[in-house]
Every structure is written in structure tokens, then in C-alpha cells.
Design a protein around this ligand. Structure first.
Ligand code: ANZ
Length: 957
């Protein structure tokens, strides 16, 4: 406690100390809460009667809301919250109606895992964590509108999450209109015959189950049996976005397998094009846009049908339809459903022994290979370098242009989840096909002329030739020739031919898959879906929402041997027979009937898909959000064509998860007319991370960072030398510093300043507790410039400031305002510091206008001390709603002027110089200028006319 309780403090009872900061901060936090200082009025009601406020522009400023972790906050967490708070305060002081608040994203796995370990109900531990984090955050003096805060686990909130699920379930994507529409309108089309049913029968001739199946193929939320990512170690299935690049669960790092399970999905793929295109109008970091573009992965190519005797045809997706004449074999993904239909009972005569994998029949070979493939992740399967494995199916298909019979294999390098799950293999021009063809002794045909000297006999090549910059060869039949065409023209030509012959067409394929939306968890939103005795899914009517999570004793997820791919998930909710089996009248005219509830829960992403909307109108029990309120805060406007939050700050790790899902929900709600904005977040900003030093002993084990001593550049823990590297901050690395500790030692204002001063906001920076004191001293000097440390009296005087001080002040005002609007808080602080130092040096009491402006400049950064000084300066209204000072341009003008240098009356150079420059100095500068030297080109000088500081005129000899 060296800084805070020194002997000097006794001599100066009114010095700004940690104890004084604690007192000031608690007092103003209570005041703000009591006064509702940060409450932002909504346009209906409040605003209608307040023309002054109605005239203000709005700003909706948001953080990615936190998960209430049991570990509480460390100083890294609030970096973004402090930044948005400073920004919001500055915007508020610059004439905006600012909406700024923070809720909790409170469903999720950690609470459930903690529950399993400790037996504490997830609700109990989550609520305790929320309480703890709320207290930690309150201490930071964040200017949140607390009336608008909520946690996603509140049934009044998740009622609307369920309601949105029902909207999505009850809609379909009309590709002609390019938007979602209510499913009832699709039913009407089937009923009237305007749209044919898949098998051509009348809608009225279909059974209820058949109709449900037809609709399910269109609904934006649907259950399906597609292969999903199953993680036995977690006991749940996962979305693609939750699986790491090396095929493991992002959470827990468990193996992930492909398994066929009936699960809920969201048809996000229907929005692929719009999700891609609308990125252009968003003010987001390019890196995040790029990640979304890659994740959506648009490829232009073609679908081509290859007939198989007696089994219809195999459709492939290719981006190189120009190489069709070079397709010498085909590959299906091992899970492809056509496999069963094409395999013959026995190997055809003359089957190459390498193709059979040593199995007696195609069926045996396929079964064995499928088992092997299921144990691998998609990434392992796709690795370029890996040995290609696979097995012949015994079937042949016909190449539609060459008419050749080509063998059909299954191989794990072809994924079920991409394109059609089937490829035409062109070994001469695709590296993976080349490797496979070599391993299985398959023919290769060169159809794109190599630009090097390898020749056109592909059987002699060492690798595939895969260029787009070459001409086609060996590509002709009786009807069409691609020979001599470049790749682009050949693609166009063959695509037309395929279409004319009804064997293919040009298509666009996306890498994006539908979003797997169910989890085998207790701690999530229950689905508002019940099944009748036939197994048909029915939505609950709105009147039955919220469907609350049942209070159960056994909420533990069932987990399995992480490596056992053959296991099946079990949902915790399924163990509650009373909750699951219900008799309900769904109000659809069929009266009370027996139903079974859906026992999966929604993924933890659901609650964060729309929370920005609930901040707008948190207590609306009739509607998700009042349209006028949504329009006011989020609606499209100039420069923001798709609307959205004005500023959204959070970590870059959410590039393709939360940010993609939220965009999708936003578009559905927009299409259905519930919101005017088509995008949730107009401007996105990624803050950097606060890193911390990790100290490890000779065994590599992290030791408590706070107890490490530094001696001569080396580090010691309990006398033993330890190593130091920069890493993450956290409990497990024993280097967490909590905001509470820093608030206790110096006060929240110091912590806020330190975090903002550490560096540019978007750059990661190492935490250094020893450096915090620097900002504490700044506040102490600020205080001392206004308050007498001994008497506690305000020392300002009612005199006019001198020229020098005015210059320093207005420069600071100009710089700080610009920096805050541009989110350059570190440089803003540097300018405040400079001004404060200038005033300290100038000595004597501050003129009142200077003191007041200084306090207003500091207010967004250090709101407590600013509020206290503002009050002591005699104001009765909060500093929060004062106008941010505006610089007087007269004092900001740069201290340089532009001097024009002419030669024979022609301008040859401009010099930036001091206004007090002498004629002699100016003449020397002008004659030394490279442009002047060049223009004179060796000519002598007859005369130089100097009019410092504006003009130099040179007359050559
Ligand atoms: C023939 C061909 C010839 C191909 C050639 C490439 C080069 P992008 O660009 O990522 O969209 N492919 C298609 N579906 C696949 C699947 N399910 N699993 C693995 N590979 C698949 O990639 C499209 C190309 O990837 C397609 O074009 C197909 O191989 C392959 F010289 O077809 B290509």
C-alpha cells in the first residue's frame, strides 16, 4: 500500500488517494443509479413529448455481452467495455441520444459442467456468477442503461428466442422473391395447384405425415437425419463452426465424428448470397469480412450427371467442367446414399485387385471402408499430403461427353457435406485425383495443354498440371470440340452443351452448410415443438410461450468414451417423463391430444442471435420489439443501407459463429416484416487482448505471477529462477489480475485510464501492474490543479487565461475530441496529460474556463473524478450530459505557414515554415529546395525578392 497511505497524505488531507477515489466513486455510482443518469429515452412515449431530444441523432453502442463465468472478471475482460463506455460518454456529450447497456449470455456448457462436478444447479451458479460480475462491472463506473439489461436465461427473454424459432420454423425461402415468407403461403400454393407437389399428386391426396415431409423440405428450421458432428466426449452434437480446423471440438478439444442423427437445422444456406453481398455495406474490419466470405465460400461451376446402369445417375459438382473429357473415374463420398444402389453383388470380371482392397464382394469392401472413414475428421480426410485411400464400388458410370465407361470409387477425400458429395475425377489436372489415380493405377488423360515441357502424355507426369492459363486439347466428340479454347471459353461452351443435352447446368455452390441447431443439453432454451403420435412435429402456439425449462434433479449430460464413434447421444430432458409426455390443445382444431415434447435444447448461440433488439424494448410483453422503437435505433439510414447497431465491439474470435448466425436471424426477421434493419451490426470493431506474463519453473509449471521477483533482468520465485513469456491472462496460468484489486489500490478511474492508455485499442498489449501508477499520478495532478490538497478548497480564479494557455487548451480540445470520435483513446489521454502538465508548469490557480474545460475533457475517461470536480466547481447538474468542449479554430491553427517559391513568376515549390522565420533564413531554405535547384538547372541568380514568411521570388540571370 505504498502509494496510498504515505506520511505525506496526512499532511495533505485533501489529496486524491485511493481512499478518496473509493469514496468518490461509490458516491457517484449510487447517484447515477438513483438518478437514472444513463437511461436512454425511447422514441415512443418519452421522446414524443421532448422535441429537443427528438432532434438529437441517436447512437446505439454495444459490447459483445459476457458469459457469466464462475472465475469472475480479470482486467482483460473490461478492455472493450471501458472503450465503448468512453466512446458512448463522448458521443453523449457531443449531442447524441446514446443507448448503451450490457446483459449476460447465460445459457451454455460451463455452468452445466460445473453442475456435474459440484451438484449445483446451473441456474443457481449462473445467477450467483451474474451477481458477482454485475458488482465487479458496477465498480468500473460503466454508464449503462440498467433498465435495459437482462440475462438470456430469463424466461421473459427466452420466450422471444422461442418465438423467433417459431417464426423461422413457420417460414420458407421463396427464391423468386428472394426472401423468406410465411409457410402458410407455401401451403396455399400447394393447395391451389400453383405449385406441384414433389410426386405430382394433389395436396389433398397427401397424408398428414407426407405433407409434413414436403413442408419440412422448405422450412427454414427443419429436422433431418443428415450426418452431423458427434462428440461423444462432450455428449452432444456440434455445428460445423464449433469444430476446429483439426477436426476436434472447439470446447474441450474432444474428437468429433460424423454420425447420422435426427437433428434440428436452420436453413442458413438459403441466405448465402445475401449474407455475402450485404457484407459490402458494413463497416467491419476487412479481416472479418474475409473470414465470412471464405466461410460462405461461393464457387461457380456446374453440375454434371453421369448415368449409371439401372441406378439413375450420379450428379457431381465441378468447378472445372472444361476438363470433362479428362474425367477417367468418379468418386462418391463413403456416406453417399447412392452407394447402396449402385453396388453389384459381385466384382465385375477383370476387376483390378488393388481396387477391391482384398475384399470378397463390393458390399463387404464398402462396409469396411465406411467404418474406417467415419473415424476421421473432414480435415484429416482432405489433407493434400496424405495417402489416398478408397475402394471400388464395382459400378461403372458413363462420361456424358466421351461416352466412356468409367469406374466409380468411394474415397474419403470426397466429403459428403460439399457440393453433391460426388466428383468426376480428372487426375491429369487435379492434385488429389492424381495421387489417387497413381495409387489405384487408373488412367489419366491430358485435356489442358501444359505450358511447360512435360508433353501431353499424362502417364509420364510426376504431378498434375492445374493451370487456368492454357488451351484445351483432346476434348472433342462428334458434336462438340473444346480444343484450342481457353479455360474460360471452354467452360462456357461445355456448360451450354450440358444444358442442351439435359445432363447438367451451370451452378453456384457454397461451402456454407445449414446450421445444426440442436444440442443434447439441459442448460439451453427448450424447443417450442411437440410431436404427435405419428411423429409429426407441431409448433406450440404463441400463447404457450415461454416453454420453461423443467426443474429437474438430473441435468447432467451423458458423456461417452471420447473415442467411441459408435455411441449415441442422450438428452437430459428425455429423462423427465412428466415434462416430455403431455396432453395439449394446440388450438389447431384437433382438440386435446397426446404429444411428446422435443427434448433437445437450442445451442448457446441462440440467445445472442437477437439480443440487440431486446435492449431496445426490454419489457415489451406483446411484441419482440415495437417497430417504431426498432426503426429509431436500428433502422436503415444514410450511410447505413441495411441499418444496425452503430458500434459493436468485441473479440475477433466470433467471426463466423455468432456474427454469422446473428446476421441470418436478422435477415429472417427483416423478411417477415418484424424489423426494418436487415443487418444487426453496422460497425464492428475488434479490440485487442490484454496479455500477461506467464512465469514457469524448471518443470514448466506456471507459478503465481504476483509472487515473482525481478533481479537484474532475471525472474525468481521462492528463490528459484523462473522463465517468463507473454501469454493469456487467466486463473490456470496463475497470472490473473482482477479489476477489484486495481480498483482497491488506485480506484476505478485509474484503472480505466490505464487500460485505455496502454496502446491502440485494436492491438494486443501486455498488462503491467507496476505501470498503473502513472495514470494514478495523472489524476492526482489533475486534482491538485483544481483542489487545494490541504484545505480542500477549489482554487480556480475568475480570470481570463493567457494566450499560451488558450493555445494549449484548444489544441487539446481539438485533438481529444477527434481521438475519442476515432476511438484513439491512448492518444486522447496523451493529449490530456500534455495539457495537464502544461497547466501544472504554468503554476498558479487555474482560470475557471480552463479548469472546466479540463474536467469536461476528462469526463468520458475518468467519469467519477470528473463528476466530483464538476460538482466542486459549483455545478448542480451531472457532468454526463454537459456539452463536450469545442475548440476555437483561432487557437488551433498550425504554427507553420506555407511559403510559395516562384521562379520568373512561376510557382516551383511550397515550403512549410515557421511564421517567425527571418528573410535570410527563408532565402537560404528556398534556394536549397530540390525543386528550385532542378528548375534553375544551373542558371545563375540575378535577384531574390523575399517577403517572409509568405513569398520568395527568384529572378535567374
Ligand atoms: C473436376 C476437377 C478438375 C476439379 C480439376 C478440380 C480440378 P471449390 O473450388 O472449393 O468449390 N469437389 C467437389 N465436390 C467435392 C467434395 N464433396 N469433396 C471433395 N472435393 C470435391 O472446389 C470444387 C472442386 O472440388 C470440384 O471441381 C471438385 O473437383 C472438387 F482439374 O471437379 B473438380
Amino acid at each position: 500500500m505504498s502509494e496510498t497511505n504515505s506520511a505525506a497524505d496526512v499532511a495533505a488531507p485533501h489529496r486524491y488517494t485511493a481512499a478518496m477515489a473509493a469514496d468518490i466513486e461509490a458516491r457517484w455510482q449510487d447517484f447515477w443509479d438513483a438518478e437514472g443518469t444513463y437511461e436512454a429515452p425511447n422514441p415512443t412515449g418519452d421522446l414524443a413529448g421532448d422535441p429537443e431530444l427528438a432532434a438529437k441523432p441517436k447512437k446505439f453502442i454495444m459490447d459483445m455481452f459476457p458469459y457469466p463465468s464462475g472465475a469472475g472478471l480479470h482486467v482483460g475482460h473490461p478492455l472493450g467495455y471501458i472503450a465503448t463506455d468512453v466512446y458512448a460518454r463522448h458521443q453523449r456529450m457531443s449531442g447524441h441520444n446514446v443507448l448503451h447497456t450490457l446483459g449476460f449470455d447465460a445459457f451454455g456448457l460451463p455452468a452445466e459442467q460445473y453442475a456435474v462436478q459440484t451438484g449445483t444447479h446451473p441456474r443457481i451458479s449462473t445467477e450467483a456468477n451474474i451477481e458477482n460480475m454485475t458488482a465487479q462491472l458496477r465498480r468500473l463506473g460503466l454508464g449503462h442503461d440498467k433498465r435495459r439489461s437482462f440475462a438470456t436465461i430469463e424466461s421473459e427473454y427466452y420466450k422471444w428466442t422461442q418465438w423467433i424459432f417459431l417464426q423461422i420454423f413457420n417460414s420458407w425461402y421463396d427464391t423468386d422473391a428472394d426472401r423468406a415468407r410465411p409457410i402458410a403461403e407455401l401451403v396455399a400454393q400447394f393447395e391451389s395447384g400453383e405449385r406441384a407437389t414433389p410426386d405430382g399428386r394433389d395436396w389433398s391426396a397427401l397424408s398428414a405425415a407426407e405433407r409434413a415431409d414436403v413442408l419440412s423440405d422448405h422450412r427454414l428450421a427443419y429436422a433431418s437425419d443428415a450426418p452431423v458432428n458427434w462428440s461423444p466426449g462432450l455428449g452432444t452434437v456440434l455445428a460445423n463452426e464449433e469444430v476446429t480446423a483439426d477436426g476436434r471440438s472447439e470446447r474441450g478439444n474432444f474428437p468429433v465424428f460424423k454420425a447420422k442423427l435426427r437433428q434440428w437445422n436452420m436453413r442458413i444456406t438459403a441466405y448465402a448470397d445475401r449474407l455475402l453481398n450485404d457484407l459490402d455495406g458494413l463497416d467491419w474490419p476487412e479481416a472479418i469480412k474475409l473470414q465470412q466470405r471464405n466461410w460462405i465460400g461461393r464457387s461457380e461451376g456446374a453440375r454434371v450427371d453421369f448415368p449409371v446402369d439401372g441406378a439413375g445417375s450420379i450428379t457431381v459438382f465441378t468447378t472445372r467442367q472444361d476438363t470433362l473429357f479428362g474425367a477417367t473415374y468418379m468418386v462418391l463420398a463413403p456416406e453417399h446414399e447412392l452407394v447402396e444402389r449402385i453396388i453389384p453383388a459381385a466384382w465385375p470380371d477383370g476387376t483390378h485387385p488393388v481396387w477391391t482392397g482384398g475384399h470378397a464382394t463390393p458390399a463387404e469392401a464398402v462396409t469396411a471402408y465406411r467404418k474406417q472413414a467415419a473415424a476421421k475428421s473432414d480435415v484429416e480426410r482432405q489433407a493434400e499430403a496424405k495417402d489416398k485411400t478408397g475402394v471400388f464400388t464395382g459400378a461403372y458410370a458413363t462420361n456424358p461427353v466421351s461416352g466412356e465407361q468409367i469406374p466409380v470409387f468411394i474415397a474419403d477425400y470426397v466429403l459428403m457435406g460439399y457440393g453433391t458429395g460426388a466428383i468426376m475425377a480428372v487426375p491429369a489436372h487435379d492434385a488429389r485425383d492424381f495421387a489417387f489415380a497413381r495409387a489405384f493405377e487408373l488412367p489419366m488423360r491430358c485435356v489442358v495443354e501444359p505450358s511447360d515441357d512435360r508433353g501431353t502424355d499424362a502417364s509420364t507426369w510426376e504431378d498434375a498440371f492445374g493451370s487456368y492459363e492454357a488451351k484445351l486439347v483432346n476434348s472433342a466428340n462428334d458434336e462438340i470440340s473444346l480444343d484450342g479454347l481457353g479455360v474460360v471459353d471452354a467452360k462456357a461452351r461445355i456448360t451450354d452443351w450440358l444444358k442442351e443435352h439435359g445432363v447438367g447446368e451451370g451452378t453456384v455452390n457454397f461451402r456454407l452448410r445449414d446450421w445444426l441447431f440442436s444440442r443434447q443439453r439441459y442448460w439451453g432454451e427448450p424447443f417450442p415443438i411437440v410431436y404427435d403420435e405419428e411423429g409429426i412435429a407441431h409448433p406450440l402456439p404463441e400463447s404457450m410461450l415461454p416453454l420453461e425449462l423443467p426443474e429437474v434433479d438430473d441435468y447432467s449430460p451423458r458423456t461417452f468414451d471420447p473415442d467411441d464413434a459408435d455411441t449415441q447421444p442422450e438428452t437430459p430432458l428425455s429423462r423427465n417423463a412428466d415434462w416430455v409426455n403431455v396432453t395439449l390443445d394446440l388450438g389447431d382444431g384437433s382438440g386435446p391430444k397426446k404429444y411428446r415434447r422435443e427434448t433437445n435444447t437450442m445451442p448457446n448461440w441462440a440467445g445472442s442471435c437477437w439480443y440487440e433488439l431486446r435492449y431496445l424494448d426490454p419489457n415489451n410483453s406483446e411484441k419482440l420489439v415495437d417497430p417504431a422503437i426498432e426503426q429509431y435505433w436500428m433502422g436503415p439510414r444514410e450511410g447505413q443501407p441495411t441499418g444496425g447497431v452503430d458500434l459493436y465491439v468485441g473479440g475477433a474470435e466470433h467471426a463466423v459463429l455468432h456474427l454469422l448466425y446473428a446476421r441470418f436471424w436478422s435477415k429472417v426477421l427483416h423478411d417477415l416484416g418484424h424489423v426494418s434493419s436487415a443487418e444487426p451490426f453496422h460497425k464492428l470493431y475488434n479490440q485487442g487482448m490484454i496479455q500477461a506474463f506467464v512465469y514457469r519453473d524448471s518443470r514448466g509449471i506456471a507459478v503465481p505471477a504476483a509472487e515473482v521477483e525481478e533481479r537484474d533482468g532475471a525472474y525468481y520465485y521462492e528463490g528459484e529462477k523462473v522463465s517468463r513469456v507473454l501469454g493469456k491472462m487467466g486463473k490456470s496460468l496463475k497470472n490473473a489480475v482482477t479489476p477489484d484489486e486495481i480498483c482497491g489500490e488506485y480506484g476505478a478511474d485509474t484503472l480505466r485510464l490505464y487500460e485505455m492508455a496502454m496502446g491502440p485499442l485494436d492491438v494486443s498489449r501486455p498488462w503491467d501492474t507496476r505501470a498503473v501508477v502513472g495514470q494514478y499520478r495523472l489524476l492526482q495532478r489533475l486534482w491538485r490543479n483544481i483542489v487545494d490538497e490541504e484545505s480542500g478548497e477549489v482554487t480556480v480564479v475568475d480570470t481570463e487565461p493567457g494566450e499560451d494557455t488558450l493555445r494549449a487548451l484548444h489544441k487539446a480540445i481539438d485533438g481529444v475530441g477527434g481521438d475519442m470520435a476515432g476511438m484513439r483513446f491512448n492518444t486522447a489521454i496523451a493529449k490530456v496529460t500534455e495539457l495537464n502538465n502544461h497547466l501544472t508548469k504554468a503554476g498558479g490557480p487555474l482560470p475557471r474556463p480552463v479548469a472546466e474545460a479540463l474536467v469536461l475533457l476528462v469526463a468520458p475517461l475518468a467519469p467519477h473524478i470528473a463528476e466530483e470536480l464538476w460538482r466542486r466547481l459549483g455545478h448542480t447538474e451531472s457532468v454526463v450530459h454537459q456539452d463536450f468542449p469545442v475548440a476555437d479554430p483561432a487557437y488551433v491553427v498550425d504554427e507553420t505557414v506555407t511559403c510559395v517559391v516562384q521562379i520568373k513568376g512561376k510557382v516551383r515549390a511550397r515550403l512549410e515554415i515557421s511564421p517567425s522565420i527571418t528573410d535570410a533564413e527563408l532565402e537560404a531554405l528556398a534556394l536549397a529546395d530540390p525543386a528550385v535547384v532542378a528548375a534553375l538547372d544551373g542558371a545563375g541568380i540575378r535577384k531574390v525578392i523575399v517577403r517572409a514568411p509568405k513569398l520568395v521570388n527568384i529572378v535567374p540571370a
